[in-house]
Design a protein around this ligand. Structure first.
Ligand SMILES: *[C@@H]1O[C@H](CO)[C@@H](O)[C@H](O)[C@H]1NC(C)=O
Ligand SMILES: *[C@@H]1O[C@H](CO)[C@@H](O)[C@H](O)[C@H]1NC(C)=O
Ligand SMILES: *[C@@H]1O[C@H](CO)[C@@H](O)[C@H](O)[C@H]1NC(C)=O
Ligand SMILES: *[C@@H]1O[C@H](CO)[C@@H](O)[C@H](O)[C@H]1NC(C)=O
Ligand SMILES: *[C@@H]1O[C@H](CO)[C@@H](O)[C@H](O)[C@H]1NC(C)=O
Length: 468
């Protein structure tokens, strides 16, 4: 989920892009066909406004944690390697794997970014992307960087798709896509090629594929791939608006390939999908014109997922994460009239400084601008441009997260468990309960979760609920 203002703004924009007024537009997916919703409280154990690492730990591992830490309990202090041992917590992805399901991660951020890494890693610091981002002391104390943990911790993870190439290759190795750009070179000080390490950990009789561009990804025959690693950018992937259609797949395309591989497992699958560009980019301060469409892509992806037969059968679980914290202080205000394009000016002017203002504004961020002692007159600038930074009340180079509750939408067997205002770390427990995985399977058919039966063990008990 994301903050409700963001959901509403993206919904109106999507309607307008379809030549409707906008306000009346219904999400394809986040619609009455997804009837169950809840408001998870996102705060971290040591922070009111949370970060993505502590929140990802909450909704993937079921334990609220300190900001900046992934896959560890609140006993771990950020960046203190020696507080980690003994405080590791496991994720619902791991529980699914242990129950014999296939598992995967699809993200538009780097694959070792905060959200995906909480699914497989245990780290006192979300910023330890490779060993070159770690202090020597942490390495001496035995802590491992996130890229290393990606290839080691759950070596039988079937699908990993996203960005993050540079953290996998030795320092000074030039990037395959941007060979002349130094900033995209490999970063690893230990000299390892982690793609080779990843490959070497797979059974020899399995088909293991590494791809780095869209052409190769779409050329794969998913029936012939058991393990897939796709790294499409040195760091995070591009906004949909800026995407190179030859080298970078869309989120939807990545999910479609992932599902074809994961669905081959008759015992089902767990897939974590993150549309991570919207929060990241918004924080970097590029215009809302780039951000809101990211949410549209997520919606289309979800719709396509909703149409997948595996989902319909209750045989798959997709944690369609997206913007798990209310990543923004975005607001749209100003008594705007019907059909107003949200990037445009509100009809009224300030009755104090007499200047106009845009419908979308931010609490803080790079959009703060004073010109000759006054708030900038936006009617003189191209506020509809994709790079326009909407005005904010407080100047910050990067916008901060917001602290309010976000919205979660649930569909499928036992979706009703996600209802009402909830602690965020309740989410994976509810999902695991519904899927008969993890620690609490007492309600499942006895021993069924260890069977090799084709369907999800609790499907028979769930069928009447589905009919209701
Ligand atoms: C853990 O490491 C920190 C430095 O990062 C040090 O100050 C502290 O004394 C260490 N604690 C233990 C129990 O070794
Ligand atoms: C990487 O290149 C820089 C600049 O050429 C050099 O100083 C450094 O020693 C190189 N590092 C490695 C690990 O090769
Ligand atoms: C994609 O990757 C393959 C394998 O490295 C390469 O042969 C091909 O030229 C690449 N395609 C594009 C469009 O970069
Ligand atoms: C999903 O299914 C609905 C109903 O069958 C259909 O209207 C819609 O076009 C489908 N969407 C996609 C993306 O396949
Ligand atoms: C703002 O700019 C517009 C157009 O450039 C101008 O017509 C208007 O007078 C300006 N408003 C103020 C309060 O300066």
């Amino acid at each position: 989920g994301m903050g409700v203002s963001t959901i509403t703004a993206a919904r109106i924009l999507k309607g307008q892009l379809q030549n409707k007024m906008g306000e009346e537009h219904m999400w394809l997916y986040l619609s009455p066909t997804t009837p169950v919703s809840a408001l998870p409280e996102t705060y971290n154990t040591n922070a009111q406004v949370p970060d993505s690492a502590g929140t990802a730990t909450a909704y993937l591992c079921g334990v609220k944690a300190n900001e900046g830490t992934v896959g560890v309990s609140a006993a771990v202090t950020r960046a203190q390697c020696n507080t980690t041992a003994g405080n590791e917590v496991t994720s619902i992805l791991k529980w699914a794997k242990e129950a014999g399901k296939s598992v995967g991660i699809v993200t538009t951020t780097r694959v070792n970014h905060a959200t995906p890494s909480a699914a497989y890693a245990h780290s006192a610091n979300r910023d330890w992307y490779s060993d070159s981002e770690m202090p020597p002391e942490a390495i001496q104390q035995g802590c491992k960087d996130l890229a290393q943990q990606l290839v080691e911790n759950i070596p039988d993870m079937e699908v990993i798709l996203g960005g993050g190439r540079k953290y996998m290759f030795p320092k000074n190795t030039s990037d395959v896509e941007y060979p002349s750009e130094d900033k995209h070179q490999g970063t690893r000080l230990d000299g390892q090629n982690l793609v080779d390490v990843w490959r070497a950990k797979k059974p020899k009789d399995k088909h293991t594929r590494y791809v780095w561009n869209r052409t190769e990804l779409l050329a794969l025959d998913p029936k012939d791939v058991d393990f897939l690693l796709g790294l499409f950018e040195p760091m995070d992937m591009m906004y949909e608006l800026d995407r190179d259609a030859e080298t970078d797949p869309s989120l939807t395309e990545m999910v479609q390939v992932a599902l074809k591989i994961l669905q081959r497992n008759p015992r089902g699958f767990f897939l974590l999908v993150e549309g991570g560009s919207a929060p990241g980019g918004r924080r970097k301060g590029t215009g809302s014109k780039r951000h809101l469409p990211e949410i549209h892509w997520l919606d289309s992806t979800l719709e396509r997922l909703g149409n997948q037969s595996a989902w319909e059968q209750g045989n798959g679980r997709v944690a369609a994460d997206d913007f798990r914290v209310n990543v923004t202080s975005l607001k749209f205000t100003g008594w705007t009239p019907q059909s107003l394009v949200l990037f445009c000016l509100a009809p009224m002017h300030s009755d104090v400084d007499k200047m106009p203002f845009t419908a979308i504004l931010y609490g803080n961020g790079p959009g703060y601008k004073v010109v000759s002692g006054e708030r900038e007159n936006v009617s003189a600038v191209d506020y509809a441009h994709a790079n326009y930074q909407a005005q904010s009340a407080v100047p910050l180079r990067q916008e901060t997260h917001g602290g309010e509750d976000v919205a979660i939408f649930a569909k499928g067997p036992m979706a009703h468990l996600l209802h009402g205002v909830r602690e965020q770390n309740y989410i994976p427990h509810a999902m695991a309960y519904a899927a008969c995985i993890g620690q609490n399977t007492g309600h499942c058919r006895s021993g069924a979760h260890h069977s090799t039966a084709g369907l999800l063990p609790c499907l028979s008990t769930l069928a009447p609920l589905l009919l209701l």
